[in-house]
Design a protein around this ligand. Structure first.
Ligand code: ARG
Ligand code: ZN
Length: 881
């Protein structure tokens, strides 16, 4: 059952009004829907009305007050079909008509966390992408937009808060201890933006005054007892609202904005109109229980969902193939927001790390798809780093090509044209194009072609004519279903550094249109560019700020990299040069092992690292990033096949050597940056904690009692979770002899804070040492573990399979067996989360023959499971190819 983008057809019927009645009970709910339907003038006429519906028990069905007979309609496991031509006196081609259905559903046994479900004694919904059909019969597609009025009825004691989208228009008491509320949303919206919450929450209230002077009520609903952990989310929301007004001129449109936090949630959060529903992980934050990174993540996700109100809700997607229209754009917006709140270089580096470790892997694997996919089996499998993060990189390239002003003009035109509509990625490109009179014909290929383009650059310097020639070649590997790709329009931001490290002015000898400022336009498979007036042989700083999501090959020598690391004015490339230096050493160490030689530590690194450590001008967070060795996952993506054992040994060797060579430096800087006094969370303190944490990680790599003492002391004496978690993780990943005792004590202390317990789970599941497999086996039996809770599953199983390369890829295959067993336990409970876990097998082709065989064996076993969900089926079957 594959769905194709090319098969798009407008819906035969539109739904002008949607009236929903929810009668909520502990063991079931009754949903009555009254839909005002009309034949779509822009679609082929149809005599039958087909609505989506899954896991619904149809109790009643009426059209215009007429009860339907069994010969007039039919239901199966996915649809309701009404033969309108068999309904008496119904002029369905001309007039609008009302369909009333009453269904029974079971939120209490709904473990898929899609549709309406009971979690922790509270009702909530998740409808994107296609969950609304588990609530009632409906045209569950984003281009069918409707005005919703929702009545909720439930027991007052247990469910004092009854929430839905828009404004509350009425509420009251009923007999039998029940009460009700009515909500009306004045904005037309697709079903995926519908939300309902009912429960007994603690409530944090505030307000925001918009630039035009409207006062918006802000409300955050959380589990009882968690109010103290909501203030950061509230402050973040207000910042996001102000930022969107300032940067994009976008103001909030309803009088109330609500956020509800739930512990059981498949994803991060959901932008339902006026009623966002969040994973607790992205709302709750207090310095006792949340790290600096958690604080930043909360701020980013709160902003992301808020920004969706315009990019997603006011202008939505025509169909799910267009998902990146809202997600790529909204991720770009939240990235810019976070950069403005924190540090542009640091944020850029963090975002690129995600691209390189995760998106490049996806783009090179069996699930590779363009940011606008052409087909899918299960839409939920396409909420990917490609659609989201590569999508954001594509949006960023408009910003790079058109400038901040041009980008803003494009956005303005996009809203002017499409406010209130469900549109396509093509509509967005046209707005950018028309607002700037800029030709984006070739640029459109970023939407249709999957795979990571590779740029290979060579250079020649001609001293006599003071000329530098760049030869640039672009290729893009074949991906499933796509070969022989056409060249992309790639903005290559660059600088040419003179001997002092200063940027030389850029000027082309011919075709000046190929250079805009410091952006070189790469548009052909092979191109050469001649820069004139270059007085001395420069050092090349290429792909500054990671101006395009590509792999860049340029044959740097160590000297050039050290020079860039020390001098590049582009902080991203400065970091990049350091990472390249490290990566070269790691690959060299691998080669030495391959050849049976003793590994040699290259002393030239010591100087570069020492300079960085003691730099007074660099930010602590930047230093932390620059001192962190390249991620093994990203390194694996640099080669065709990997010898994982050698790679891990090389990585550890380099870390330990750097630790030894600079032991005193790590200690001095640790002591200078680690503070035990009053907790502060200003930029300087955050930077110091990040820097101190990396210093401590090198010290712990020494495996000396003194270093362990420091980590233990940081873990036990810290007054904040950032320091505590750093200490915990480092110790759990070390061979410190009392680590089990520390783990037990940590659990004792934090057992009532789920999010902290997840950190505890994760730090143990990612321990690279051998007994970890037995450890995770006991962790999933631990009373705090719950297979039905995705955060817990991610903290143990997800972390083990995704972030513990050494143990997941154990030679005996036990890591693979463990993962497959968990998928087997989970696939019918929560298909979405099970499918995510299955993705850990996607890169099997990168490994040695024996590991390949062991992984395939598990994938085959998964495919054999009875009643396999289509979510898991799609991932596993594509992985095997
Ligand atoms: N639109 C949400 C966000 O990006 C994500 C919801 C995805 N949910 C899902 N089940 N696929 O903020
Ligand atoms: Zn989103």
């Amino acid at each position: 059952p594959v769905k194709y983008r090319k098969d798009y057809k407008p819906s035969a019927y539109l739904i002008h009004e949607t009236k929903l009645d929810f009668d909520l009970f502990d063991d079931h709910s009754i949903v009555t829907a009254r839909l005002k339907l009309q034949a779509n003038p822009n679609a082929d006429p149809s005599d039958s009305l087909v609505l989506d519906g899954e896991e619904l028990k149809l109790l009643e069905i009426f059209i215009n007050g007429q009860k339907l007979e069994s010969a007039q309609y039919e239901t199966d496991s996915e649809q309701l079909t009404v033969w309108l031509d068999k309904v008496h006196n119904l002029n369905y081609q001309q007039n609008s008509f009302e369909l009333m259905t009453k269904v029974r559903i079971y939120p209490n046994t709904n473990t898929s966390l899609e549709g309406l479900y009971l979690s922790n004694g509270k009702f909530c919904t998740q409808c994107e992408a296609e969950g609304f059909r588990k609530i009632t019969y409906y045209s569950d597609r984003p281009d069918v937009m409707s005005i919703f009025t929702v009545r909720i009825e439930a027991a007052q004691q247990k469910y004092p808060h009854l929430l839905s989208n828009g404004n509350q228009t009425e509420h009251g008491k009923l007999a039998n201890g029940r009460h009700y509320a009515i909500w009306h949303d004045p904005f037309r919206k697709p079903s995926y933006l519908f939300a309902l919450c009912a429960g007994n929450y603690d409530l944090l209230e505030d307000h925001f005054k918009t630039q035009s002077g409207r006062k918006i009520k802000l409300e955050i609903y959380v589990d009882k007892g968690k109010l103290e952990q909501c203030h950061h989310a509230m402050a973040s929301l207000k910042k996001a609202m102000a930022w969107d007004e300032e940067v994009f001129g976008l103001e909030y449109d309803l009088d109330i904005y609500m956020v509800v936090a739930v512990g059981d949630f498949n994803m991060g959060a959901m932008e339902n109109k006026g009623l966002n529903i969040f994973n607790t992980k992205y709302v709750l934050a207090h310095s006792d229980t949340a790290t600096d990174q958690d604080f930043e993540d909360v701020e980013a996700v709160i902003a992301h969902e808020y920004f969706h109100n315009w990019t997603g809700n006011r202008v939505t997607c025509r169909d799910w193939f267009q998902l990146s229209l809202k997600e790529g754009l909204t991720v770009f917006r939240d990235q810019q927001f976070t950069a403005d709140q924190t540090d542009h270089a640091v944020k850029r580096i963090e975002d690129v790390k995600v691209i390189r470790s995760h998106q490049f892997a996806e783009d090179a694997g069996p699930m590779a798809h363009p940011i606008r996919p052409d087909s899918y089996i299960e839409m939920n499998n396409f909420y990917t780093v490609t659609v989201y993060n590569k999508g954001a990189e594509i949006i960023r390239m408009y910003h790079t090509l058109l400038g901040a002003g041009g980008f803003r003009h494009g956005m303005d035109l996009y809203f002017e044209r499409h406010d209130g509509q469900a549109v396509t990625c093509e509509d967005f490109v046209c707005a950018m194009e028309d607002a700037n009179e800029y030709d984006l014909k070739q640029f459109r290929r970023w939407y249709s072609q999957a795979g990571t383009p590779e740029l290979t650059v060579t250079s020649e310097y001609d001293e006599l004519h003071r000329k530098l020639t760049l030869h640039v070649k672009q290729t893009c590997p074949d991906t499933p279903g796509q070969s022989n790709k056409q060249p992309f329009h790639i903005p290559l931001k660059l600088g040419l550094l003179d001997k002092e490290g200063k940027d030389l002015p850029l000027q082309l000898a011919a075709n000046p249109e190929q250079l805009t400022g410091d952006i070189l336009h790469i548009t052909q498979l092979e191109q050469s560019f001649e820069f004139t007036e270059i007085a001395q042989q420069p050092v090349l700083s290429l792909l500054r700020n990671f101006s395009a999501p590509v792999r860049l090959h340029y044959d740097y020598n160590d000297h050039e990299l050290a020079f860039l690391f020390a001098h590049d004015s582009d902080p991203f490339n400065q970091w990049e040069a350091g990472q390249r230096l490290f990566a070269r050493v790691i690959w060299q160490l691998c080669a030495e092992q391959e050849a049976g030689e003793v590994m040699q530590f290259p002393l030239h690194l010591v100087n570069a690292v020492q300079n960085l450590l003691s730099s007074e001008s660099l930010d602590g967070r930047f230093k932390a990033l620059a001192l962190t060795l390249p991620d093994i996952k990203a390194l694996i993506e640099e080669v065709e096949r990997v010898n994982l054992d050698h790679l891990i040994v090389a990585h550890n060797f380099l870390k330990k050597e750097l630790a030894c060579q600079l032991e005193m430096d790590w200690l001095v800087h640790y002591q200078a940056n680690h503070h035990v006094g009053k907790f502060q969370q200003d930029k300087t303190s955050i930077a110091q904690r990040a820097f101190a944490g990396v210093c401590l990680s090198y010290l712990v790599a020494l495996e000396k009692p003194k270093a362990y003492e420091l980590a233990v002391s940081q873990l036990l004496n810290s007054n904040n979770m950032t320091d505590a978690e750093t200490g915990l993780k480092l110790l759990m990943h070390s061979n410190y002899e009392d680590k089990q005792q520390l783990a037990d004590d940590f659990y004792q202390k934090w057992q009532n804070e789920d999010l902290v317990v997840n950190k505890w789970f994760m730090s143990q599941a990612t321990d690279p040492s051998d007994p970890t497999i037995e450890r995770v086996e006991t962790l999933i039996e631990h009373p705090a573990f719950d297979l039905k809770n995705p955060n817990k599953v991610r903290a143990v199983v997800g972390a083990f399979a995704g972030a513990n390369l050494a143990q997941f890829h154990r030679k005996d295959g036990q890591g693979y067996v463990f993962l497959a067993e968990q998928i087997k336990r989970l696939y019918s409970v929560n298909p979405q989360t099970a499918a995510r876990l299955t993705g850990a097998f996607n890169r099997w082709k990168k490994f040695d023959d024996e590991r390949q065989r062991l992984m395939c064996e598990q994938l085959q076993g998964i495919l054999q499971l009875p009643d396999l969900s289509k979510d898991v089926y799609e991932i596993a079957s594509k992985a095997l190819g």
